[in-house]
Design a protein around this ligand. Structure first.
Ligand SMILES: Cc1cc2nc3c(=O)[nH]c(=O)nc-3n(C[C@H](O)[C@H](O)[C@H](O)COP(=O)(O)O)c2cc1C
Length: 170
């Protein structure tokens, strides 16, 4: 798939097969995160792969948007390690983590995996059930697996604002 096809084929997959993901594919997902850019190359992100039944149960306790995915990749960042813009003190960690999120989503698509980005989780419960993530702000739990044969993009996937509402020429 060339990049344009990849970008066009990406969608939020919310129905997965009960099939584990091979180790080399998990590694390929992590590889693209590892080479992702970050502001001033600070690399403030932290990543957790979650595949054990016990820890996937913990994911279910913190969000209803788990979709029974066999793999979750949690993406967070350490605020103190991220670049902060001098003039307004804006911390770019969330941007760095988001670049990692989209990279992994596109790589999953390339590998024939389904993926959905989940930010709607209970932060207090996340802190309780995932003490390992204490030093981080968590940006996304990427739910990943082989797409169910019936999986398809939601209707709203195709709802796009008119170009004129988004793109301006100066
Ligand atoms: C920052 C961000 C947070 C999101 N959080 C959730 C979520 O918590 N639960 C969910 O089901 N989808 C979530 N999504 C998926 C979006 O709803 C989805 O990308 C959007 O509706 C467009 O559909 P598409 O991904 O199929 O193009 C999130 C996406 C982004 C980019």
């Amino acid at each position: 798939m060339n990049f344009k096809m990849l970008a066009e084929n990406r969608y939020s997959c919310r129905k997965f097969l009960k099939q584990n993901i091979e180790k080399d594919k998990v590694n390929a997902l992590l590889d693209v995160i590892h080479v992702a850019p970050s502001a001033k190359n600070c690399q403030p992100i932290r990543i957790w792969t979650i595949q054990s039944e016990e820890r996937l149960m913990d994911i279910k306790k913190i969000t209803k948007y788990h979709y029974d995915a066999p793999l979750t990749i949690a993406i967070g960042f350490v605020a103190d390690e991220a670049w902060t813009r001098d003039c307004d003190n804006k911390n770019m960690g969330i941007v760095d983590a988001s670049i990692a999120g989209l990279s992994v989503w596109l790589e999953a698509t390339e590998l024939g995996l389904g993926c959905v980005w989940v930010s709607d989780f209970d932060v207090e419960k996340q802190k309780e059930y995932f003490p390992e993530m204490a030093e981080c702000e968590i940006v996304a739990f990427m739910q990943i697996g082989y797409p169910d044969l019936k999986s398809k993009p939601a209707k709203w996937h195709y709802d796009k604002k008119e170009r004129s509402k988004i793109f301006c020429e100066l």
